[in-house]
Write a protein that binds this ligand. Structure first.
Ligand code: SAH
Length: 219
């Protein structure tokens, strides 16, 4: 399928699946711009703009576009922020973040995914996103503090390290709950360092695996 056809599908995705629930104009514009099909496996490309999660390598999934948009809206990005994404996966959400913020560090625990995410970001010409490999349940201290932290995998609690690495005035968006179903949780840090936790509705992400997440069930 050629690029123009994908562009039409992408416009339709935003108009029909996202625009009614997400009002942030910058989020909508960024999602109209980023070619999601370039981040999904070749055999899934025809479904890149469907309203559902898609399988990635290593048993992981690229989140449903509406869920990406809801997370991004909850993060209230304005442009100058320094952002940490935990769970880079395909690199798609990191690419959208790259258009909404100044600098993005995207950490992924699986080296194979980190490599392909970095390659896809390079291919589509996004230069302000750095993909690193590691356990993002501990954050990524070399880049801290962050104005925003978005976690694309579900933890059983909010990891302390992420709250610590959040700048005053910062926002952390993370699914918290069980291994398969969670609550999208928004943590805001006041200018005085006080922390406020809000519940943003149900969601279902793959587990956050690591020192401050779930144990790896595959070992
Ligand atoms: N934002 C991604 C969604 C990927 S799914 C996208 O747009 O495609 C969640 C990802 O989190 C998976 O790739 C998984 O390997 C990764 N992950 C799980 N636990 C992690 C951890 N502790 N640190 C970094 N990445 C983690």
């Amino acid at each position: 399928m050629e690029e123009e056809r994908y562009r039409v599908l992408r416009e339709r995705m935003v108009d029909q699946q996202i625009r009614l629930e997400v009002r942030d104009a910058r989020v909508l514009a960024a999602m109209r711009a980023v070619p999601r099909h370039r981040f999904v496996p070749e055999c899934e490309r025809a479904f890149a703009y469907d309203n559902r999660p898609l399988p990635l390598a290593c048993g992981q999934t690229i989140s449903q576009p509406l869920m990406v948009a809801l997370m991004l809206e909850a993060a209230r990005l304005e442009g100058p922020e320094r952002v940490l994404e935990v769970g880079a996966g395909s690199g798609y959400q990191a690419a959208v973040l790259g258009r909404l913020a100044a600098r993005v560090v995207a950490v992924e625990r699986l080296p194979e995914l980190a490599e392909s995410a970095a390659a896809a970001l390079r291919d589509v010409g996004i230069g302000n996103v750095e993909v690193v490999t590691g356990d993002g349940s501990l954050g990524w201290p070399p880049g801290a503090p962050y104005d925003r932290i978005l976690v694309a995998a579900g933890g059983h609690e909010v990891p302390d390290a992420l709250v610590e690495q959040l700048a005053p005035g910062g926002v952390l968006v993370i699914p918290v709950g069980g291994r398969t179903e969670q609550t999208l949780t928004v943590v805001t840090k006041g200018a005085d360092g006080s922390v406020l936790v809000r519940n943003h509705g149900p969601c279902a992400f793959v587990p956050l695996i690591g020192a401050a997440g779930w144990p790896d069930a595959s070992v």
